[in-house]
Design a protein around this ligand. Sequence first.
Ligand SMILES: Nc1nc2c(c(=O)[nH]1)N[C@H]1C(S)=C(S)[C@@H](COP(=O)(O)OP(=O)(O)OC[C@H]3O[C@@H](n4cnc5c(=O)[nH]c(N)nc54)[C@H](O)[C@@H]3O)O[C@H]1N2
Ligand SMILES: Nc1nc2c(c(=O)[nH]1)N[C@H]1C(S)=C(S)[C@@H](COP(=O)(O)OP(=O)(O)OC[C@H]3O[C@@H](n4cnc5c(=O)[nH]c(N)nc54)[C@H](O)[C@@H]3O)O[C@H]1N2
Ligand code: SF4
Ligand SMILES: [Mo]
Length: 768
Amino acid sequence: MSRLNLYLDNPAFDVVTGACPHDCPDTCSWQVAVDRATGAAVDLWGHPDHPITQGRLCGKVDRYLERTYHKDRLTAPLRRVGSKGSGRFERVSWEEAIADIARRLRAIIEEYGPEAVLPYSYSGTLGFLQGEGMASRFFNRMGASQLARTICAEAGFQGYLYTIGAAEGMLPEDFAFSRLILIWGSNTLTSNLHLWPFIQQARKRGARVLVIDPANTRTAQASDEWIPIRPGADAALALAMMHVIISEKLYDADYVARYTLGFEQLVERVQAWTPARSAEITGVPPERIAALAREYATTRPASIRINYGLQRHYGGGMAVRTITCLPALVGAWRERGGGVQLSSSGLFRHLDKSGLHRPDLLEKAKAEQQKDNAGSPTRPFPRVINMNRLGDALSRDPERIARAHYHPRPIDPIPTPEEAGPPVKALIVYNCNPAAVAPDQAAVLEGLRREDLFTVVLEHFQTDTADYADYLLPATTQLEHWDLHRAYGHAWIALNRPAIAPVGESLPNSEIFRRLAWAMGYDDPCFRESDEEILRAFVEAQTHERFAGLTWERLLNEGFFRLNLPEPYLPFAEGNFPTPSGKCEFFSARMAEDGYDPLPDYTPPRWRQLHAEEAALQPGERSEAIASFDGALVCISPPAHSFLNSTFANSPRFLQREEQPFLWIHPQEARPRQIEDGARVRVCNSYGEATLTARVTEAIVPGTVLAPGVWWPKFSPDGRNINQTTPPDEADMGAGALFYDATVWVEPLSPGQMDKPILSLRGEFAKL
Ligand SMILES: Nc1nc2c(c(=O)[nH]1)N[C@H]1C(S)=C(S)[C@@H](COP(=O)(O)OP(=O)(O)OC[C@H]3O[C@@H](n4cnc5c(=O)[nH]c(N)nc54)[C@H](O)[C@@H]3O)O[C@H]1N2
Ligand SMILES: Nc1nc2c(c(=O)[nH]1)N[C@H]1C(S)=C(S)[C@@H](COP(=O)(O)OP(=O)(O)OC[C@H]3O[C@@H](n4cnc5c(=O)[nH]c(N)nc54)[C@H](O)[C@@H]3O)O[C@H]1N2
Ligand code: SF4
Ligand SMILES: [Mo]
């Protein structure tokens, strides 16, 4: 029974409908009980009428009130008094903070141009308004550097687009009709909880659920079979599955002929991909690969849930591109319960966001730029910075700044140092905690420590990033502001209404950017619109048929809205792929144009390439670093169950549940290193190092270690987390991040050793 019943007819309470703001495919709708007398939120639960939420929130957000009313909430604007990173601040008024920030920004723009200002944001909230709503208006008007938001999903997303055409596919409710479900590189029970009930429905009807993952996750344990695989090897598995399916004629010849492009070339490509060859790469026995291929091709309907876990390595784009060829090959798209789901975000691709983000304001900034800078740069203005290379972007070295420019495809050039543009002089961080979550943490911190960098952080809490702020501004939580959300795991839009007044002096991001805009003298009327007006206008601006029936009033009354799609929604049952050819593209001319192999392939992860290069060297040629390569392991760092990236990782309840920053290591790897369960270990590579606690377990494949993330560095034993070892390099597609492709060394620490680094390789491996 829903908690709603406790408050529904009670005049002492209001019940307010909202939505979970977090980076999660489920985009739950919630209800909040507010005590009318005190104005305080007293309870919060999943909306009982939302067909995906089904009355249930996850364990983290079920405790959202503890976040909103946390004793450490930032409640007043703060100005730095200590050294950078010391985290010492004094209280100031909003008037003083806004006026001084605007003054500093104007001075920087005057001297270096607006590109010296870098916004840095990601997924603290996915709301249209508190995410990039007012912020993009502000930064467009300024002409600030733009940020390529690549940290999560870009490689796989691009790979999916090359094959399927848009980020759409199966909806979660249709998994209930599957007879075979491959959960491939996803920990559903942790990162996508609301898919599970549909999977359970399918199992009740006899479906089998297989999990393909380097780790025996809680999802793998709850499934019928765990198929352990080495990280970054998934494309090799998919190619061998296609080899078996094609050579045994198990494919859907009719579907292939009508709705796919490039079958002949695919046949040729997969010929060499025998299960035996694949087994060497994946670690999955050849018989198991062949049996999996047969089961997948002959069970109807068969579904695949891939998530972003499997694309955080160098070949991540190609891996997703290759796996997503499978459903078309066997005709799985024909039936309800067949196909693949990566993300549903493409269902919303027809949203018109121009009124919200106001890209036209950039024109004003461009005109000003041309007026001010007689010698205008040869590259496009403003530059686009890849967020995964924040450490490089914050360097003062033009070569590194050039490297930080976004270059998502092989054909995109890296600018010369002369074209790199000004150093970043102001960094404005909101909805993000880069000191914890970004690759190459040591470089990021080095940048944040720069005395000449002016850093403004909008936050709920004093995160590691906030410690480096010159101004730390208190932001409201989801209970305190308006917003609107679209899901990336289903087809619903949800409205969030504020339930309570802002805690302390906190303000919504939208209001902070609004006030900054006024102080900067930006006079466009869009900076005068209220939050409600902005959202209402955004909703009313939608004309695509998918939004037919969506009105502001309806959202106010009902709280959520399903896209106007047929039920069931079988987008590719008869082809109609949104690719250039209208078919599922086994052969992609667009890939060829962009500098890729146009056919599905296996692109080895970076750790494999390092191993191969090492093997090719003569002993005499090996540097000191390479000499110790034998002990190298690959490190992956998927989400800890109770954290959401670095969010909730300062909540006593969830810290207690996760205990401490662990490193999972197989007994086979622990034994020769004399690592005992529970021992402190140092994990290191050329980028940095972190101290973790060993969990010796067979739940991770040999050769790989797993560090659940993302811990706050300041709550870690040596003040550093696993992103010390994450390389900043770009994945094959979309300049995506390599969180699960770090080559590391692991050794036990005795207490006296805590400060003595065994390997100081920085620079050595960077050369490779
Ligand atoms: N509780 C919780 N929920 C979350 C998040 C969180 O931090 N905590 N994060 C949210 C975010 S930001 C996102 S993007 C989404 C998706 O979150 P993701 O981080 O993409 O999580 P998953 O998709 O579940 O993928 C993680 C799984 O992939 C496995 N994996 C790692 N490398 C490979 C590989 O090379 N091959 C294969 N087959 N598997 C591999 C890991 O062992 C892990 O089980 O979830 C969201 N939901
Ligand atoms: N090692 C490793 N690193 C990873 C990953 C991994 O799997 N392993 N996952 C990566 C992925 S998939 C992602 S998506 C990124 C996510 O990285 P981030 O985008 O940094 O997400 P969070 O760590 O959740 O931090 C969000 C911050 O925003 C703040 N916030 C929330 N709401 C608001 C608001 O309304 N206003 C303001 N001003 N602030 C707000 C929160 O307090 C929190 O500190 O991390 C990446 N980093
Ligand atoms: S984090 Fe995900 S599962 Fe949890 S409440 Fe939010 S949307 Fe739902
Ligand atoms: Mo993410």
